[in-house]
Design a protein around this ligand. Structure first.
Ligand code: WT7
Length: 632
């Protein structure tokens, strides 16, 4: 990584340590991280065995872990159901009428579900899935805006062993189509529209276009939000309310083998084809349950607000599964942090008495731009624990977030990935913080920073972040592509390679510095350079394209594309706009390059591989490092 190191070293920060207040530590489940961590990794299987027993299983496991490198099975022989643990476990006691979900719409509307009511909706939906003939192992694509039906549909699938594939509603028709095709979904659940800063975003036409070429899809269920309702083409298209009407609010959760797939979630990698990350019921349940509980120190009287969209993994693990497994009260809000004004989230925190707030560095930087007067307008004294996820949080944003929320609330900078399923490197509320560092591994998790050969590096040397032992919520495979799964564990022998560059400091604190591969993080969203390149190349005027990530003040990184035009094509503002529109059509808004340069050639190796790092170094005015393999 030679040349990267120098650039990344400049990111190294001072050693400000922010100690937890006595009150925070006194209230925390885990008060002595070092001792608990040592105990957990002395015998991780005993640790996870003990934790798993806090949840309900239909039949117990014979063995905690079956590790056949790099294939893992957790809670071998056990049967369970994550939906049962998210709902039924709470219905037999006082939580039956506890608020499970408070949803606030972009237009200010509010819907509140107790655990009892959420369970009834989920059961109706599970019965409706069965009525369509869906059975264990079938796939359902959920393409919904951030509305409660998304949560209901996920839990309903899980309840009967149907595998859900949630696709973020910002993806365009071709991106949705390829995900439906790969999963061979029999059902798509969507809505007529989503709202974005009060603009109506039509989703149904996107689904129509995607499904036209998907032979596997038998039914499309539509949540109709607009009045009058859009026309639906029966019998294939069904209204959500009609679909559930008449279904009984009781549906027994099916006891499933712990290794039964729960969901597929597509994420970007180094190739143009997204990877279908597969998570299973048992281990994922244990991992998301415990991390939610300990990282956020979640107690029964907390109000937990995570700003993610269930279209991404954060929504899966830390809006839906982790918090519901803990019987929490969850606040979820549709819409942007600065609409109708930049006080939106602070207002919600005041209105609902939010005590745990989990957001992203990009959102913090966006709100920073509007100034401290916005958070100052609201009473934020209910806040207790803060969180950050998706990309490194720069110390300036950290300090601002810390200051405007009262100056004493600990920030949990949680490092993890779609593939890891659960938070892996993170503080706990009682751990001394260093702004900009995700601190140390979670209990039962072993991680390190190593060189290409797997040799652990000394403190303060940049290298690859790896996880050295299996953990319960780890992905089990890449859907239909086990070879791609193997690359995670074979790149560096005997470890899981995360794809991140990192260093550990003298105290063993991890400082994540960005991706080591061709993945860009735009506003915390993961975008593969190859996906954007292939979208650009599919434009009739484009011969070749290369895409890089470039530092951006609020989004962390922005996409920049270099494009070679076909003979006879000429650069013009219309053409540049046309290329951007084309990427919008092919992939969606999040993948549109902010800048496009038309160039006569691209730096390539003799074997024809585009050297993106050379483009990037040139763009940023840095030393491109070793260019001996360059051809052009
Ligand atoms: C990549 C995974 C984890 C849920 C959302 C993103 C980056 C994530 C942090 C953090 C530094 C972080 C890494 C990682 N990342 N959290 N706290 N500090 N980097 O999931 O889309 O699978 O992306 O996000 O680069 O590899 P994802």
């Amino acid at each position: 990584m030679g040349h990267d190191e120098k650039a990344l070293e400049s990111l190294m920060r001072g050693d400000r340590v922010v100690s937890p207040t006595a009150a925070t530590t006194a209230a925390a489940y885990i008060q002595d991280y070092d001792a608990e961590y040592r105990r957990s990794i002395a015998d991780p299987e005993a640790f996870w065995d003990r934790i798993a027993k806090e949840l309900e299983w239909f039949t117990p496991w014979r063995k905690v872990l079956d590790w056949n490198y790099p294939w893992a099975k957790w809670f071998v022989g056990a049967t369970c159901n994550i939906s049962y643990n998210c709902l039924d476990r709470h219905l037999n006691g006082w939580r039956k009428n506890k608020v499970a979900v408070i949803w606030v719409g972009e237009q200010g509307e509010e819907r509140i579900f107790t655990y009892g009511e959420l369970a009834r909706q989920v059961n109706r939906c599970a019965n409706a899935l069965k009525a369509l003939g869906l059975k264990q192992g079938d796939r359902v694509t959920i393409y919904l805006p951030k509305i409660p039906e998304q949560i209901v549909a996920m839990l309903a699938c899980a309840r009967i062993g149907v595998i859900h594939s949630v696709v973020y509603s910002g993806f365009s028709a071709p991106a949705l189509e390829s995900r439906i095709k790969d999963a061979e979904s029999r059902l798509v659940i969507t809505a007529d529209v989503g709202y974005d800063r009060s603009k109506v975003i039509k989703l149904k036409p996107v689904v129509d276009q995607a499904v036209a070429n998907c032979g596997s899809v038998e039914t499309v269920v539509v949540v109709r939000r607009e009045k009058p309702g859009i026309a639906l083409a029966a019998p294939k298209e069904v209204d959500w309310d009609d679909w559930l009407a008449g279904e009984k609010p009781v549906c027994e959760a099916v006891p499933l083998d712990a290794e039964t797939p729960l969901y597929i979630l597509y994420t970007s990698g180094t190739t143009g084809k997204p990877k279908g990350v597969v998570h299973v019921h048992g281990g994922y349940m244990v991992g998301t349950y415990l991390t939610t509980k300990y990282v956020f120190d979640l107690k029964d009287n907390d109000v937990y607000f995570c700003v993610a969209d269930p279209g991404w993994v954060t929504g899966h693990s830390y809006i839906v599964y982790g918090p519901l497994l803990n019987g929490a009260t969850i606040l979820t809000a549709e819409g942007k942090p600065d609409y109708p004004n930049p006080g939106r989230w602070w207002n919600l925190i005041e209105r609902y008495g939010v005590s745990i707030f989990y957001t992203t560095p990009t959102a913090v930087r966006l709100l920073m731009k509007y100034g401290e007067e916005w958070p100052r307008k609201y009473d934020l004294s209910s806040l207790r624990i803060l969180g950050s996820v998706g990309e490194p949080i720069n110390p300036e944003a950290w300090e601002w977030y810390h200051r405007v929320t009262g100056g004493t609330k600990p920030i949990m900078d949680t490092w993890w990935q779609t593939e890891t399923g659960m938070i892996l490197i993170t503080p706990l509320p009682s751990v001394p913080l260093k702004p900009g560092s995700a601190t140390r591994p979670f209990l039962g998790v072993e991680a390190d920073v190593v060189d290409r050969t797997g040799k652990p590096l000394p403190a303060n040397e940049g290298g690859f972040a790896v996880i050295t032992k299996p953990w319960p919520a780890m992905m089990r495979t890449i859907y239909k592509d086990p070879d791609r799964y193997l690359t995670y564990w074979h790149t560096i022998p005997n470890c899981y390679t995360a794809g991140d560059v990192c260093r550990k400091d003298d105290d063993g604190y991890f400082w994540f510095m960005g991706r080591a591969d061709d993945v860009i993080k735009v506003a915390g969203n993961r975008i593969g350079t190859a996906e954007v390149e292939s979208a650009l190349v599919s434009h009739p005027a484009v011969a070749e394209a290369a895409v890089i990530g470039k530092p951006h003040k609020t989004a962390g990184e922005a996409i920049k594309a270099f494009v070679i035009l076909k003979q006879g094509e000429h650069e013009s503002p219309e053409l540049i706009q046309g290329l951007k529109d084309h990427v919008l059509q092919e992939l969606g808004k999040i993948a549109v390059p902010q800048e496009i340069d038309i160039v006569p050639s691209l730096p390539k190796t003799r074997s024809g591989k585009i050297m993106r790092r050379v483009l990037k170094a040139k763009e940023l005015g840095q030393d491109p490092g070793d260019i001996s393999t360059i051809e052009e």
